[in-house]
Design a protein around this ligand. Structure first.
Ligand code: NDP
Length: 240
């Protein structure tokens, strides 16, 4: 049996592609999700990967959820913090709830999950954590003070945890995707999306599988010299 990998938000979109790529590479994968049971059931039927429902923004629920994964599959050696949401609007219209939900789901989740697996990784002297950030966490984005703050925080979190893990065989890296063709991006109004695509140097949206390939590279046993890095997979958008 391969290493155990836990992918948050692993049943849809980018997370689904990551779960499948890891399974195909021989990992024993657990895919977490938040509440869409139908999508999770269909995902598990399609892929044979077990799905675990728990809210990544809830510290206690995460500890219990990770304990279930460990009891079913074994200690988590690879963690991909991928679950994320958007609640876009300009700050003068944004409610506290829209701010708070995005910060808790996209950033506090990284603490909740990492906290649940880090002691085991330290004891075993091996761990791989990949956090899915965003080009909008690097550059900011109109209408996304909540999302850009959370993703920017995630990039800082990555570098701090990388320093803590380095001597223990634990690497921590981030991927900053650009616009990827998933449900999240399909919810952007077409006229806005058209303008976004016009600003992507390669001239198209990315594919979820293109992010998954980056994750696969970073979690590999032979990627142990890469830590605290951010891999930009965004068609060149990070340069603008
Ligand atoms: P999707 O909306 O397609 O899928 C989101 C996944 O996260 C689902 O599995 C969902 O579960 C899960 N999720 C959401 N909230 C929670 C929660 N509270 N607890 C547990 N799971 C939760 O998103 P994408 O695939 O597009 O995005 C994945 C990641 O990539 C996110 O972090 C996003 O910010 C980032 N990203 C995406 C980009 C894009 O262009 N798509 C660009 C840059 C970054 P459920 O099915 O139950 O709702």
């Amino acid at each position: 049996m391969g290493r155990v990998a836990l992918v948050t938000g692993g049943t849809r979109g980018i997370g689904e592609a990551i779960s499948v790529a890891l399974k195909d590479a021989g990992y024993s994968v657990a895919a977490n999700y938040g509440g869409n049971d139908d999508a999770a059931r269909q995902f598990s039927q399609r892929t044979g990967i077990p799905a675990y429902r728990f809210d990544v923004s809830d510290f206690e629920a995460v500890q219990a959820g990770v304990a279930r994964v460990v009891s079913d599959l074994g200690p988590v050696e690879v963690l991909v913090n991928n679950a994320g949401i958007t609640r876009d609007t300009t700050i003068h219209r944004m409610t506290f709830e829209q701010w708070d939900e995005v910060i808790r789901t996209n950033l506090t989740s990284c603490f909740n999950l990492s906290r649940a697996v880090i002691e085991g990784m330290r004891e075993r002297g091996f761990g791989r954590i990949v956090n899915i950030g965003s080009v909008n966490g690097q550059a900011g984005q109109y209408g996304q003070v909540n999302y850009a703050a959370a993703k920017s925080g995630l990039h800082g979190f990555t570098k701090a945890l990388a320093q803590e893990g380095a001597a223990k065989g634990i690497t921590v890296n981030a991927i900053a995707p650009g616009y990827i063709d998933t449900d999240m991006v399909r919810s952007v109004p077409p006229n806005v999306l058209e303008k976004i695509v016009a600003r992507i140097p390669v001239g198209r949206l990315g594919k979820a599988e293109e992010i998954a390939r980056g994750v696969l590279f970073l979690v590999g046993d032979d990627a142990g010299f890469i830590t605290g890095s951010t891999l930009s997979i965004n068609g060149g958008q990070h340069m603008y």
